[in-house]
Design a protein around this ligand. Structure first.
Ligand code: CTP
Length: 218
């Protein structure tokens, strides 16, 4: 099977030395890419600036901004069987990028931010030839918010994690996730290493993708 996995944060430039970003380390997405590759799948890893080294065996595509990620996903997705959108995409970018370093001021100022494009929501909704796995980073109302993203972003399944905890999720080597499926079913993987969660996710995704492929060819 051909996997496309996105990982890490995006960076949205303010000026040549500053940017808007988030705390994503890339560890969860890299672990999924590694687990998929170890399970014998072909893997393209599209990644923003992460804190970990890319796994062996995956084709690596480096991106910085949400617009670059958007274009890379649209280029790679038509050729894949499974798209795993693990990247923590910036929801906003500065309205303008200063070409020179902005000088320090003594008075407060406001930075105007405009929404970025939602990559998952921009994918084809009907006759899609690949499975879409979304992620949901939540600090509250995890199930409600994840179910809403599953439907509104038209994912086949969504992996929700609580990012309010300091000992799991963002930047950590561990995580605890609940996977919500369109059938209404859900499955929780209790707190363990991201590598173990990744292996479990790859198994679940492969099983689901095989079913879809069988349906398509049948
Ligand atoms: N995502 C995306 N494009 C964006 C923002 C997010 O494709 N511009 C994807 C992420 O890769 C993830 C899913 O949407 O698979 C949910 O991301 P998350 O950050 O949890 O939610 P948001 O859609 O950003 O909503 P909110 O910040 O309100 O929770």
């Amino acid at each position: 099977m051909r996997f496309v996995v996105t990982a890490g944060p995006t960076r949205e430039a303010i000026d040549p030395v500053r940017f808007v970003s988030n705390r994503s380390s890339g560890k969860m997405g890299y672990a999924i890419a590694e687990a998929a590759s170890a399970a014998g799948h072909s893997v393209t890893l599209i990644s923003g600036p992460a804190t970990v080294a890319p796994p062996d065996g995956a084709e690596f595509v480096s991106i910085i901004t949400s617009d670059e990620l958007h274009d890379a996903v649209h280029r790679a997705a038509p050729e894949c069987d499974v798209l795993v959108m693990c990247a923590a995409v910036s929801d906003y970018k500065p309205a303008t990028v200063a070409l020179q370093k902005m000088k320090k001021r003594k008075t407060p100022f406001a930075l105007e931010l405009v929404p970025t494009r939602d990559i998952l929501a921009s994918l084809p909704k009907v006759n899609r030839e690949f499975l879409v796995v979304g992620f949901a980073a939540e600090t509250h109302d995890l199930e409600l918010n994840a179910q809403k993203k599953l439907r509104e972003k038209n994912c086949d399944m969504i992996v929700a994690n609580d990012v309010s905890k300091t000992d799991s999720g963002l930047e950590s080597d561990e995580n605890e996730v609940t996977i919500f499926f369109r059938s209404g079913e859900s499955k929780t993987i209790s707190r363990t290493s991201k590598k173990i969660i990744a292996r479990e996710l790859v198994k679940i995704i492969s099983k689901m993708s095989e079913k879809c492929l069988t349906k398509k060819s049948g």
